[in-house]
Ligand binder design. Structure first.
Ligand SMILES: [Zn+2]
Length: 929
């Protein structure tokens, strides 16, 4: 269903470098995984794992992708992936999806697949506690491997769905990509094999053409089954041998060519523009042959690249904090490209007429690294971070999620990347880090930053086309940088304590245990309440958050911009440390602390490993009591924000989103999009004052902690850093703003964009009867509506790719709900598809959903609930959410009975109540041609 790798994925994994000795052996596969190859070439990987318990994930990996297509088959690797869900030998027509949904598997979220240039991967997570479901899971894998029906009628129905999927991808990025891809990819086969394919072929290909692709490439020597979960490994191995041994290779067997992008040695250049592009961007991409990640030497080389990227990244982050930043965003890194290549890529986004200054500034840092290298202190910090992350992973060894294992084995099979297991990886890191020195980093710089195989790519809005430089100008800029007089990087590190003033600890004055929920509630001497839930879901994770009432609701419109943006204050550092120094100070610590100021509340979101919890709490104290003001950095943020919103009105998606939000908020200033005038209203002193005001009184604040909590250790820390926060006796309440959507039945069209592409959003809004049971009923209504829309708009009418239904509920200031239907489609189908959607809404109101939809909803809700309640994330959201809304914490106790009470009739009544259509707003985005 999804397509991977069609954009220039920038955040690639960091692989490197050809230092491997010729005779060096590949690292052995983790011995905890059972692997084997059947005589027909079919490979399997099986591992027992109980995270999560009673679950198993099956993956079918195929070394088959769009790169193998002939000219007449373009798009059919991906089409084939869709057809695997539309009829197989044992699951005709839509029975596969139907069966899995009844077993509690969610289509799209759980059951999914992707196609890229070189691979097609199917994923199926299943309950492992029912042998019948397990058996069928294996049968589905076997069917996917070679038994797709490819019924011509089903193919014709799916054409519409895929054309709609293609339509969703259209826009400025896609139009520019089609121009620069051949240049960037050296005119290779990759440039003409985008997985989505061509419209002509998708509309008209014959059944024989896709059959030929399927029979040629879906074959055991290119396939692997990966099974990780709460299963018996021996038994699973026997089953796989029995089930997959009869798969046949095609005859005559066609060679699976491993395509690569040739390196020509040549440099090239391209400037592309588009009327809907919002940014001016320059990219310098230096291409290299990709690196293997198979041996210990490869692994060490990858670590070195990781260190290089983290040090270079830190320098760019520091550069952005000056008052007049040379660019809006900029940076450089070494990462994967495509077709067996990786690249050193430097990119910069700039203001109009700012390209020379911006690109030179980015290139100057590269030149500085080339000339002087990194410093010993930078390298020491990068190593410390690297090691600390590895130690954390090692500590979670027995709590590793099945999906992480699957990803390792996928890379092992598809890309020959080593998967030796965390113990072996940790040992290699421990051995390699002390040996990697500045000279070795210097070799990376030399190897990657070169003058050949370089593509310079400029992208800009159409209106800025005339101002774009030509190739000779850009290369002259880069040359000029190389001639500049430069100073080495000066690594400024502070050795002060974080806090200017040490806190005066308070006391825990009351402790209440709730054995039933497994939580302890503490009342602190400053009026703060702390709710703690120790869990053993993870060995090495504590999550926390806090809230107190107030937020931006307390400030009038004139102060609103300063109030809403006062959350930039923590970006200036805390205590004795500015941001740059703070980042260095926290090296190797695994923690995150982020203060927020919302519309009705303010607080902290955070997390840490147990050993860094004290530092996290110290940071909380520092952010709340010793915030800093940094006029230079403030100017930088404002300047860059202004530049970033300058072309906001050119992007159809953003225009639509802004219009909907403003309209739903009755054009209240707090709901309209950012403007230059609004940015000018942000006053640093006022923002700082408001930030201090919001956190001046800790009384009434509630903190929630969930995870690997040792009460004996945590209690004194809470007394020291939380009970010490300043407080007053009175508690300020949030102000009720009552910003609600307009009432009645309203239709609003927004015209923007040049593609034949429409977006529809249908809003049902109104007052809500706020109870746990009603929330579940609304959820059931939303899910069954989603089933109906998927069956009607996608499967029957082939008019959309993914229709969605969303529901939201709020309790304060007065209980409200909204229920939204949304989809993208062809402009000429808008009215027809809205009519179909409303017809399904009416059927829900008059008859309720079909029983099978109710059963599917209950099964998936039950199954996802089972795993959710074993995560810290769920409990943090549940506890803090219910505490904030003053809802009882015992709501989960009645989950089973509440779920039982969902029936066709109850959903019918819920639909009558919330889909009455009394308040109905129809938003449609249409092209302005
Ligand atoms: Zn798809």
């Amino acid at each position: 269903m999804q397509i991977k790798n069609i954009y220039l994925a920038v955040a690639g994994t960091l692989l490197l470098a050809g230092h491997a000795l010729a005779q060096e052996k590949p690292l052995p596969l983790d011995t905890a995984v059972r692997t084997g190859k059947l005589p027909n070439g079919f490979t399997y990987y099986i591992r027992h794992n109980e995270e999560p318990k009673n679950r198993v994930v099956f993956y079918l990996a195929n070394k088959v992708g769009s790169i193998l297509e002939t000219d007449e088959q373009r798009g059919l690797a991906h089409f084939m992936e869709h057809m695997s869900f539309n009829g197989t030998k044992h699951f005709p027509k839509n029975e596969l999806v139907n069966y899995l949904q009844k077993s509690g598997v969610r289509f799209g979220a759980d059951l999914n697949a992707y196609t890229s240039f070189d691979e097609t991967v199917y994923q199926l997570p299943l309950p492992a506690d029912k042998p019948e479901i397990l058996q069928n899971g294996i049968q589905i894998m076997r069917d996917w491997a070679q038994e797709a029906t490819l019924d011509p009628a089903e193919i014709d129905k799916e054409r519409g769905v895929i054309l709609e999927e293609k339509r969703l991808g259209k826009g400025a990025q896609e139009r520019m990509r089609s121009q620069y891809f051949p240049t960037l990819l050296n005119q290779s086969r990759y440039a003409s094999r985008l997985p989505i394919g061509t419209e002509d072929i998708l509309k008209s290909f014959k059944t024989e053409t896709i059959r030929e692709f399927y029979h040629t490439w879906y074959r055991p020597d290119l396939q692997a089954l990966i099974v990780v979960g709460d299963i018996d490994v021996n038994q699973m191995e026997q089953t796989i041998k029995a089930k997959f041994g009869d798969l046949k290779n095609s005859a005559p067997e066609k060679e699976r060519v491993k395509y690569t992008i040739p390196l020509t040695g040549q440099n090239n250049f391209q400037a592309v523009t588009d009327p809907e592009m919002t940014a001016i961007v320059a990219q310098v991409i230096i291409k290299h042959k990709g690196n293997d990640l198979s041996t210990a030497s490869d692994y060490r080389a990858a670590i070195t690249i990781g260190l290089f990227n983290s040090m270079l990244g830190a320098r760019y982050a520091e550069l952005l904090r000056q008052a007049e930043p040379p660019y809006i965003q900029g940076g450089a890194y070494i990462g994967d490209l495509l077709g067996g290549l990786n690249n050193f890529s430097a990119s910069v986004s700039v203001k109009p007429q700012g390209m020379e200054k911006g690109l030179k500034a980015v290139w100057l840092e590269i030149e500085r690294v080339k000339r002087f290298g990194f410093t010993a202190t930078e390298l020491a910090r990068a190593k410390q971070s690297y090691l600390s992350r590895m130690e954390s992973s090692l500590k979670e060894k027995n709590k590793t999620n099945s999906d992480s294992y699957v990803n390792e084995y996928l890379a092992y099979f598809l890309k020959d990347e080593a998967a030796p297991g965390i113990d072996a990886e940790y040992e290699m890191v421990k051995l390699a880090l002390p040996q990697i020195d500045l000279a070795e980093l210097g070799k990376v710089t030399q190897a990657y930053i070169r003058d050949d195989n370089r593509t310079i790519l400029l992208m800009a809005p159409e209106k800025d086309k005339a101002g774009l430089p030509v190739e000779a100008t850009v290369t002259a800029w880069l040359k000029a940088v190389e001639a500049e007089v430069l100073k080495p990087y000066n690594d400024q590190v502070s050795t002060l304590a974080l806090l200017a003033k040490a806190p005066t600890p308070g006391k825990i004055i009351k402790e209440v245990k709730d054995e039933h929920l497994g939580i302890t509630t503490l009342i602190l001497s400053n009026g703060v309440k702390v709710v703690l839930k120790p869990t053993d879901f993870k060995n090495n994770e504590i999550l926390f958050s806090s809230f107190s009432t107030g937020g931006t609701s307390l400030y009038n419109d004139a102060d609103y911009q300063s109030a809403a943006n006062s959350t930039i204050i923590p970006a200036f550092g805390a205590g004795n440390y500015n941001t740059t120094e703070l980042g260095k100070f926290l090296t190797g610590k695994q923690l995150a602390v982020q203060p927020y100021i919302g519309e009705r509340s303010q607080g902290i979101n955070g997390g840490a490993i147990p050993q860094d919890l004290e530092m996290a709490l110290q940071l909380v104290y520092a952010y709340l009591t010793e915030p800093r003001k940094d006029a230079n950095q403030f100017q930088s943020i404002i300047q860059r924000s202004k530049a970033a919103i300058a072309n906001r009105g050119s992007d159809p998606g953003t225009v639509f989103k802004d219009s909907v939000s403003a309209f739903l908020g009755n054009y209240n200033i707090r709901r309209t999009p950012p403007t230059l005038a609004k940015l000018d209203q942000i006053n640093l002193d006022r923002a700082y004052q408001i930030y201090q005001e919001r956190f001046a009184n800790a009384a009434g604040t509630v903190y929630t902690f969930v995870g690997a909590i040792d009460m004996k250790i945590v209690k004194p820390l809470l007394e020291k850093y939380i009970a010490s926060l300043p407080s007053k006796s009175s508690v300020q309440q949030a102000k009720d703003l009552f910003i609600y959507p307009p009432k009645g039945r309203i239709a609003k069209n927004i015209y923007k964009g040049t593609e034949q592409k429409a977006t529809v959003q249908l809003y049902f809004t109104g007052e809500f009867t706020y109870t746990a049971k009603q929330k579940l009923q609304l959820d059931a209504l939303k899910e069954t509506l989603q089933f109906r829309l998927l069956e009607r708009l996608r499967e029957d009418e082939g008019g959309v790719y993914t229709p969605g239904a969303y529901a939201g509920v709020s309790k304060v200031p007065s209980p409200r709900y909204n229920l939204v239907i949304t989809f993208g489609c062809a402009p000429q189908n808008v009215d027809k598809l809205i009519a179909s959607s409303l017809d399904e809404v009416n059927k829900l109101k008059s008859q309720g959903p079909p029983q099978v939809n109710v059963d599917k909803y209950k099964a998936e809700k039950q199954r996802s609930h089972e795993t959710a309640v074993k995560t810290n994330k769920f409990w943090l959201a549940y506890l803090s959410g219910n505490l904030q809304n003053n809802d009882p914490l015992t709501g989960l106790d009645s989950f089973d009975t509440d779920l039982q009470s969902v029936t066709t009739d109850s959903i019918k009544l819920t639909a009558q109540k919330y889909l009455s259509g009394k308040n109905y707003i129809r938003f449609v985005l249409l092209p302005n041609l």
